[in-house]
Design a protein. Structure first.
Length: 318
């Protein structure tokens, strides 16, 4: 299914809570046609939504001209009192994933960067509103290693780690954007390499290792901040000095890039890919604390553990 045509844009089912009046028309796609499903002002029925989700794709569509109404609706829901914190977390993550999918498909990286700031601001506001907010967001990680899911999850993990470390709001915005766009350079890596099942050969790996440089150029051309560029360019560096592309050692690696590196590795280890079985979160953290410990900032590894501990304290499955 296409993400959108020229008249409709995709929104994920779980971003629209049942029993809430929807202020725009909803459509479903059948073949190449968009069929009217719900009239503006009506409510989604929970039972029908559950049946629809089981039998159909995971998205509704709205008219392109209603896109701003959709974003305003999400903002109102997340900042209102009608939903529980865990329900708000689901709405926020699912709506953000729809926007990330859309933004990563467009050629205008500058627009994508600007509109992504709204996503990060919403996450930060949600984290500030409820102490359990970040724990619930982290608990909703898809554990599917697709470009959009991975980028969004790395952004969320980065915010959680940075929050536990004591970042202020301005720095949280930077590290959140850096996590979201850390792999933007993969736009310039051949798709057959990105999607290959199994390991890469030497020539393919050499091309893959260029994605930080490609990303740096893209972000430089779009006037990104030094920190966001560092998250992209340095997230494969290692404290031991055996990372790439610059072989930097610990003290020389940008602090936000260190956050991104841990978030990136954790999500990669716990995500399902076509050629591997995902690790359980606790096993992934243990691997990072033991066999991989020398590669990462030890204080930030402790911060990751604190994020996961918060999840357990709120009885959120990990």
């Amino acid at each position: 299914m296409a993400i959108s045509d020229t008249k409709h844009t995709r929104v994920r089912l779980n971003s629209l809570p049942p029993a809430q009046p929807i202020p725009f028309d909803l459509f479903v796609q059948i073949g190449q046609k968009f069929i009217h499903y719900l009239r503006a002002g009506d409510k989604l029925d929970a039972a029908k939504l559950y049946t629809f989700e089981r039998k159909a794709p995971e998205a509704f569509f709205v008219r392109v001209e209603d896109r701003e109404k959709y974003k305003a609706f999400i903002h109102e829901i997340v900042n209102g009192s009608a939903l529980k914190v865990e329900e708000k977390a689901l709405v926020l993550r699912e709506s953000s994933l729809s926007l990330v999918e859309e933004l990563f498909e467009i050629e205008d990286v500058g627009r994508a960067l600007n509109e992504s700031k709204i996503i990060i601001d919403q996450f930060i506001g949600f984290m500030a509103e409820d102490p359990a907010g970040m724990a619930h967001l982290v608990g909703l990680s898809s554990h599917d290693f697709y470009t959009y899911n991975h980028s969004l999850d790395v952004g969320i993990y980065s915010l959680g780690i940075a929050q536990a470390t004591g970042y202020n709001d301005a720095d949280l915005k930077e590290v959140g954007l850096g996590g979201l766009f850390h792999d933007i350079g993969k736009r310039n890596v051949p798709l057959e390499i990105i999607t290959k099942k199994g390991g890469l050969d030497d020539s393919e790996w050499a091309l893959m290792q260029k994605h930080p440089q490609y990303g740096l150029i893209i972000l430089q051309d779009n006037s990104s901040s030094d920190n966001v560029k560092a998250c992209c360019f340095e997230h494969h560096e290692s404290f031991l000095g055996n990372g790439y592309p610059q072989q930097l050692t610990g003290p020389d690696i940008n602090h936000m890039a260190r956050v991104t590196a841990i978030a990136d590795t954790y999500d990669a280890l716990t995500s399902k890919r076509s050629y591997n079985v995902p690790m359980r979160p606790k096993d992934a953290v243990e691997l990072m604390r033991t066999k991989l410990a020398g590669r990462y900032d030890p204080d930030l590894l402790k911060a990751l553990c604190e994020v996961l501990f918060r999840m357990e304290s709120h009885k959120i499955a990990i």
